[in-house]
Design a protein around this ligand. Structure first.
Ligand SMILES: [Zn+2]
Length: 67
């Protein structure tokens, strides 16, 4: 499945660490480079200006959401 088609939580509801991709977007676990799954940059509407955020997830959540 293309990562752009995977439904993600609303970034407004996530922590800064989750928005930066250092913690899993679904379970909040701290991510280790090498095992984290990059979900691709996503647009976010931040106060009327378009920006990107960079969600990543852990391998366990990838199995549940990404495949
Ligand atoms: Zn996770």
């Amino acid at each position: 499945m293309p990562t752009a088609e995977i439904g993600l939580p609303d970034p407004a509801l996530l922590s800064g660490a989750q928005q930066r991709g250092t913690h899993c977007v679904w379970c909040s676990v701290a991510l280790v480079n090498g095992t984290a799954r990059d979900l691709g940059p996503r647009p976010v509407d931040a106060h009327g200006t378009s920006a990107l955020w960079f969600p990543r997830c852990c391998p366990i959540c990838w199995k549940g959401h990404g495949q």
